[in-house]
Each structure stands twice: as C-alpha cells, then as structure tokens.
Design a binder for this molecule. Structure first.
Ligand code: C2E
Ligand code: MG
Ligand code: MG
Ligand code: MG
Length: 285
C-alpha cells in the first residue's frame, strides 16, 4: 500500500507539474499575441512630491487583459517574457507608450508631468536600449528629466561593472535613474556610491510596519539618511495608511507612492486628478 501511495503521490505531482508547464506555455503563447491583439495597456500610479504636496508624475505599470482569464498580474507574465526574450520588444512598446503619454499630459497642461518606466534585467542589458531611449526622447520632444528608468537593486548589483557603464550612458542622455525595490537585494555601499543614480525606491516590504522602535522604521530612516549623504532622492512605495504617510514624510522620504495616494489608473483619470485637485477628497494632508 505504502508503495502504491508513494507512486500515486509521485504521479500526481508529475501530473500537476506537467499541467503547470502546460499552463505557462499556453500563457506564453497567448502573451506573444497580446500586443497585436491590443490586450496590453499601461496603468499610471501617481507619485506625490512631499515638499510641494503635488503629484510630480507617475509610474507606468503594464496591464494585460486576457479574454479568458481577465486581468493577468505582471508578476505572472513578466518573468515568462523575460525568460524568452519577449520582454525586449514588449519593453520597447512600454517605453514608447509611456513617453507618448507624458508628452500628451504636458500638452494638456500638466507641464511638469514625468513618468517612470520599469526596465527588466534583459532589457537593461540589451544593446539597443540607449538608442531606443534617445530616439523616443527626440520623437516626443521630451526633456530627458521627464523620464525616469527604474531598475531593481538586484539588476543593478548583478555584474556591477557593466551596470555602471550602462547607467552612465543613460545618465549622459539626462534621464533619471531609480533603484527599485531597494533593500531587497544586496547592495554594496561601495558600488552604490559609484552608480550614477538619482533615486532609491524603498521596497514596500519595509513600509508595512513603521511603528516606533521597529526594525523597519530604523531601516527606512537609515536609507533616507544614506540617500541624503549620497545626494539621492528617496521614494517610498506601498504607502497605504495615513500613519505610514506621516512617518515616511518625517523620516525624510522625498516622494511617496501607494494606494493611499492613488491606485494605478487610466491616464485620463490621473490627468483629471492633477488638473482638478480640489475635486478629490484627499485624506492625506
Ligand atoms: P514595482 O515596479 O515595484 O511596482 C510596484 C507594484 O506595487 C505594482 O504592482 C503596484 O500596483 C503595486 N503597489 C503600488 N502601491 C501599492 C500599495 O499601496 N500596496 C500594495 N500592496 N501594492 C502596491 P504591479 O503593477 O502588479 O507590478 C508588479 C511588478 O511588475 C512591478 O513592481 C514591476 O517589477 C513589474 N512591472 C510592472 N510593469 C512593468 C513593465 O512595464 N516592465 C517591466 N519590466 N516590469 C514591470
Ligand atoms: Mg517600479
Ligand atoms: Mg518597486
Ligand atoms: Mg516591488
């Protein structure tokens, strides 16, 4: 019996693993067609500049509406697209859309609008990146500071010497660079000092519990102090509560992002909010 049970368990495991692989393959096949089927879009999450109390820009976040599964989370399809290289053309599409959008916002009267775009590890290392960014800035007549490129801490810290070279080229174009999910990788402070970056985005894992005397509060305070020393700006992500808002502002974060300030939304909805801020019943100060 034991033998049978073992065998059954094994074949069940095998079957479910097989199903999982099948699922991923079929998701990948669908994702290949998502672009031409018009199933991709960008949602924009506002970023609040603490000192001015104004929304300074937004982070562009990729959305996939699958006609069978509905909304599919980026955490499910981006790793797939990364493994197959599909992320490169998709990422270029994201960059183009985001740049076109910020042009449109500026033309519509939100003159200071800026946008942040996430770069996947493969996209960051792809040889065409710098030329693509340069072309897009020209195509849409954007000031380079209107565009921030976000790479994760682990992307930046993987092969640091080549990261420095790529970041320097991007920096020479004048675009802003942010280190995303900061605190989740293993940054060497020595390298951090050498990286031409403009902002650190503190991962939302550190923002959850900011009660006095907590480790996370000390970490956020230390990152903010470090950033100040290095001349970098600090963004906190995942701000959901009024208390988090107050503590993070007090600890010296320059920008705040999270559901409290706004969920990722359609570009027109964000423009409405920026242009008619009084219509929005804000809870934050
Ligand atoms: P990320 O760049 O760190 O983006 C922040 C994620 O946190 C977004 O999830 C956002 O919706 C979510 N978020 C924002 N505020 C809050 C909050 O207050 N509470 C909570 N619980 N979550 C919040 P999303 O849109 O699901 O994206 C997940 C990740 O997928 C992103 O993390 C980014 O790494 C990746 N991603 C999204 N769009 C793109 C893209 O166009 N290209 C690439 N390469 N990666 C992307
Ligand atoms: Mg990001
Ligand atoms: Mg992040
Ligand atoms: Mg994150």
């Amino acid at each position: 019996h034991a033998k049978n049970a073992g065998r059954n368990t094994y074949s069940f495991f095998e079957a479910s693993m097989h199903a999982n692989v099948q699922q991923q393959l079929s998701l990948l096949q669908d994702f290949r067609k998502a672009l031409e089927n018009n199933e991709l879009s960008l949602a924009y999450q506002p970023k609040l500049h603490v000192a001015s109390g104004k929304i300074s820009g937004a982070e562009a976040l990729l959305r996939w509406w699958h006609d069978e599964h509905g909304q599919v989370a980026p955490d499910r399809f981006i790793p797939l697209a990364e493994r197959t290289g599909l992320i490169v053309p998709i990422g270029e599409w994201v960059l183009d859309r985001a740049c076109r959008q910020v042009r449109e916002w500026q033309d519509d009267g939100w003159v200071e609008a800026s946008v942040a775009v996430n770069l996947s590890p493969m996209q960051f290392r792809h040889s065409g990146l710098v030329a693509t960014v340069r072309t897009l800035l020209n195509r849409y007549g954007l000031k380079p500071q209107s565009l921030t490129l976000e790479i994760t801490e682990s992307t930046a810290m993987h092969d640091t010497e080549s990261s420095i070279v790529i970041l320097q080229r991007l920096c020479d174009l004048g675009v802003r660079i942010a280190i995303d999910d900061f605190g989740t990788g293993y940054s060497s402070l020595l390298y951090l000092k050498r990286l031409p970056v403009d902002e650190l985005k503190i991962d939302r894992g550190f923002v959850r519990d900011l009660a006095p005397e907590t480790e996370d509060r000390a970490i956020v305070g230390a990152v903010a102090a470090l950033a100040q020393t290095l001349g970098l700006e600090v963004v906190a992500e995942g701000v959901e509560t009024q208390t988090q808002f107050e503590v993070l502002s007090q600890l010296g974060c320059d920008y705040l992002q999270g559901y409290l300030l706004g969920r990722p939304m359609a570009p027109d909805a964000l423009l409405d909010r920026v242009m008619k801020p009084s219509d929005f019943p804000d809870t934050y100060p």
